[in-house]
Write a protein that binds this ligand. Structure first.
Ligand SMILES: O=C(O)CCc1cccc(O)c1
Length: 555
């Protein structure tokens, strides 16, 4: 049966402003941000129930900052354990490499998670938004695009066909994305030849190292040994030459492999196992007219740095506020091109970093192993190594996107602002984001932004809903509703480091504009055109950029 499109109040030609296809962590993140803005969303998710197996294992400070936006960081944390380090060890106990997680200044730690619990919580939170029309068990079957929008065809839980119409679509339907297939977009890249057996269990009796994240680095028995939250545990084991999935088709055979690691039925309960091939693939273009693909639908990386799901969540954050501006008619749809340009830089870096970490476990050439085991213990003491090798505030940066001007080493453009504690007129201490809330903010250091900006700049940002705020060192300097007190001096040091008295923050906490580079609202495509002319500063294309990042990594 084909139902005719219905109309929704507020947008007579559309059933909703946005369709989200896929309700994994990226889909929920995007839907939540849009729901918070009252933007109407139809979500299609083919599975009726939450996927019960853990896939992602960790979240870092940026992802937690997103959950803080949702007001649920303290809630999800109850089901998480703080992660401290990644350690590569040999079975005789020698530590060949160790990377500690450092405080990136974003206001959160790194956590080990149990994905089904985390997902249940973010889904539960999203239920509060009336503008989200969640259709679980509904399958996306196709779409047609025209100048005004997209008509989507879908199947409901009874298998009945129907269609509806939206302005824009966000494809968050994972590695096997139907939206991507419908667009006819193909990913480029490689699939690694090794197949991995991934075993999930629950600890029933403690064993040494059961709470340590260890990459057992042995050519015969390499294992990624991961303590998940709440007593859950995961072992990632590459299949050896000649082994196939069929060699692990019974519990007995899976136990036999675990027993080689010293784990048996007295230590753990087996919850399940699966086989994975690791992909290094991405789309050259994420956007096709009114449709943008993000997360695994646009890029795939191996798991060793715990960055796959998190990259998808960050893509969703980046996309959602832009989709909201477009839905409200505040910025031209061209802004959607900056989702890829901004996010690809970070995704490429995370992919390269993952490959480097993978080398430390997958190496099977005896010469390389010798080199790794000899040099690793020295290299790991190099100052600043974990800052180089793990995601942090410096690498969170983007250079090509929705900013006014050209991001450079010594300016604030495209950087995520740290999150110190601050207070306002009540004197109650808050984390910065909690005090600000969602939206655009113009921050003036000891300066009322209105006095430092042109009336056009002020009205341009206010049109996007910006609040103008003066940042002072102490309440004695000034105290009114538009003042925040940076009593730790963190914002002052950060802005001063980048030579800015005024910065404009986007809803994702990245700097869109700053003095002295310029305080105008960026054009819809930001500096995309502008950077193309600056090939001496920016590589000709982003693949080349990823290659240069790889060359600059320390191992
Ligand atoms: O191999 C995996 O699945 C991820 C291991 C991991 C966990 C936590 C942090 C991190 O950087 C990597």
């Amino acid at each position: 049966m084909t139902q005719e499109p219905t109309t929704s109040p507020g947008s007579p030609d559309f059933d909703a402003d946005v369709a989200i296809v896929g309700y994994g962590p990226a889909g929920v993140t995007a839907a939540t941000y849009l729901g918070m803005q009252g933007v109407s969303v139809i979500v299609l998710e083919k599975d009726a129930d939450l996927y019960s197996r853990a896939r992602a294992v960790t979240v870092n400070d940026w992802t937690m900052r997103i959950f803080q936006d949702f007001g649920i960081d303290e809630i999800v944390k109850r089901d998480m354990d703080v992660a401290r380090a990644l350690t590569w060890k040999t079975y005789d106990g020698k530590v060949i490499f160790r990377l500690g997680f450092t405080d990136g200044g974003l206001g959160h730690a790194e956590y080990m998670i149990y994905q089904p619990d985390m997902e249940r919580e973010i889904r539960r939170n999203a239920e509060q938004f009336d503008s989200i029309d969640l259709r679980l068990g509904h399958t996306f079957t196709g779409m047609t695009q025209d100048a005004g929008g997209v008509t989507i065809t879908a199947q409901d839980t009874d298998g009945a066909d129907y269609r509806f119409r939206v302005r824009n679509v966000l494809g968050t339907d994972g590695g096997s994305s139907s939206v991507r297939k419908e667009l006819g977009f193909n990913m480029i890249g490689k699939t690694r030849p090794r197949r991995w057996l991934v075993i999930d269990g629950e600890i029933t009796k403690w064993w040494p190292e059961c709470n340590e994240l260890v990459f057992w680095s042995d050519p015969e028995r390499p294992v990624v040994d991961i303590p998940l939250a709440k007593g859950n545990h995961r072992w990632e084991i590459p299949l050896q030459e000649g082994e196939t999935d069929a060699d692990f088709d019974t519990e007995e055979k899976v136990w036999a492999r675990l027993k080689m690691l010293g784990i048996d039925e007295s230590n753990a309960r087996l919850k399940g196992w699966a086989f994975y091939s690791h992909h290094l693939r991405h789309l050259e273009a994420w956007r096709g007219r009114h449709v943008t693909l993000i997360g695994d639908a646009a890029h795939l990386m191996p798991p060793w740095a715990g960055q796959g799901m998190q990259s998808a969540i960050r893509d969703a954050q980046n996309a959602a506020w832009k989709y909201a501006l477009v839905a409200k008619g505040l910025v031209a749809e061209d802004i959607l091109d900056t989702i890829q340009s901004e996010r690809w830089q970070h995704v490429a870096l995370m992919t390269e970093m993952t490959k480097q970490l993978g080398f430390l476990i997958e190496a099977d050439d005896p010469k390389l192993i010798k080199l790794r085991n000899t040099l690793g213990p020295y290299v790991m003491h190099l100052p600043g190594l974990s800052k180089k090798m793990l995601p942090n505030t410096d690498t969170n940066r983007f250079e090509v996107g929705w900013v006014t001007g050209l991001p450079k080493k010594d300016n604030a453009l495209g950087r995520m602002i740290p999150q110190p504690e601050v207070y306002a007129t009540t004197g109650i201490i808050h984390r910065l984001d909690d005090l600000l809330g969602q939206g655009f903010f113009v921050l003036g250091l000891d300066t009322d932004p209105r006095e430092a900006m042109t009336p056009e700049q002020v009205s341009g940002w206010e049109r996007l809903g910006a609040r103008l705020i003066t940042v002072v060192a102490s309440a004695a300097a000034r105290s009114d509703a538009d003042t925040i007190v940076d009593h730790t001096g963190t914002l002052r040091r950060w802005m001063t480091k980048y030579g800015a008295k005024i910065i404009v923050l986007r809803p994702d906490r990245f700097v869109a504009a700053a003095d002295p580079t310029g305080l105008d609202v960026p054009p819809a495509r930001g500096n995309l055109e502008f950077t193309a002319k600056h090939t001496s500063v920016f590589p000709k294309n982003l693949r080349e950029f990823a290659r240069s990042l790889r060359a600059n990594l320390p191992v």
